[in-house]
Ligand binder design. Sequence first.
Ligand code: GAP
Length: 459
Amino acid sequence: MNMPNLSTSANASADLMEKIVSLAKRRGFVFPGSEIYGGLANSWDYGPLGVELKNNIKNLWWKRFVQQRDDMVGVDAALVMNPKVWAASGHLATFTDPLVECKKCNERMRADNLPEDLKCTKGGQHEFTEAKQFNLMLKTFLGPAEDDANVAYFRPETAQAMFVQFKNVLTTTRKQLPFGIAQVGKSFRNEITPGNFVFRTREFEQMEVEYFIPQPKSDEDWNKYFEMWRVEMNKWLSDDLKLNMDSVHEAEIPEADRAHYSKRTIDFEFDYPFGRKELYGLAYRGDYDLKSHQDASGESLEYTDPHTNEKYLPHVIEPSLGVDRSVLAVLLSHYHEDPVESKDSTGQAATRIWLSLPAKLAPYKAAVFPLLKNKPELVAKAREIYDELRKHFNVAWDDRGNVGKRYYSQDEIGTPYGITVDFDTLEDNTVTIRHRNTMEQERMNASDLVARIKSKLED
Ligand code: GAP
């Protein structure tokens, strides 16, 4: 496997990022948002293959983190909540980034993350104002009147609904501690410096768990759950996303850099081409949120221990994962370029670009090719096989060009199997199945294809 080395030179890294953005657009994973109107800075739309990849990631996460556990349940809450939620959670007061503005060119930047090269477009160096705190919540108005009474905010994290609905979930599910609530959905932040493709955008998706634990009597009492989720997050990265784990690093965040609610945070960082940066976070939020909402709403959010009848506010461990950063890390980790012996039409040595996506993540699990598209009996047989496979998983159809080109085209989008239907298929129902990773081909009975491909989905 020829994996471009992410840490070689700055040029190679920039190059890899360009290749990923270009592949994403060329093959329909991610398009620039509002492109026909000149785009909207840092907004991206997931295309036909991107939505499949993204859904596969979210569904796998839901399966691992919710459905396969006895101690988890899910919710799907409104994006806009009562503004009192954000006053209580501390977001209105503290969800801010320090912002500076150049007095000459008016460019705005995050004061805590200024680039080394501070050249101003109006000449010389930037001349910055004093830093002021800028709230990152995206404001809107509910109803026709745009006045203070109707101000509302798009949620900056999915987390708060899980605290606000804690009592309802507890009452309806009769769960006992420890147990968690999970949610997947959009969050919005008016980021000062979005960028690096889908890494930092103003609208993004999160997969979050709020895991409620008994009130700890010692650090060990919460640390064991923190550790359990740390291990789970690593399993997700290595077993489900199958990332190159040499590119993943855990960073203990010092108190001064932690969010206002956190008593301990570990960032899972990834070696992106633009540097080592946050992929996910794991935080111990104590009872900060339940206490804040209990105080602000006047509603008791206490839990009654069924054994001791003791009433108390549970504490919370929070694994928080970004969907879009998962997509980016998956594309980067699974991108390969291999030289191939045949030359292309210009006589240049050709390159095979391929994505080693786990079958579970691949937009298509297989592609079906009739050897020749002008032979109706071949096309009909291929169509029959395609329709049968489609009952079980997502399958591509391609009848353009020669079969070799079709294999390469599917390699580029990570389809694990290519299935060619030829004249022998009409005689004995066998097909050629070609494996993406090894490029090996074998002959097998078409009636065994479903079982073969399904077994790959278990890997
Ligand atoms: N509830 C905790 C929370 O929201 P966070 O570290 O601010 O914590 C969690 O965000 C995850 O959400 C990040 O690790 C990242 O994966 C993703 N994320 C945060 N801001 C993002 C942005 N502007 N664009 C894309 N993903 C973002």
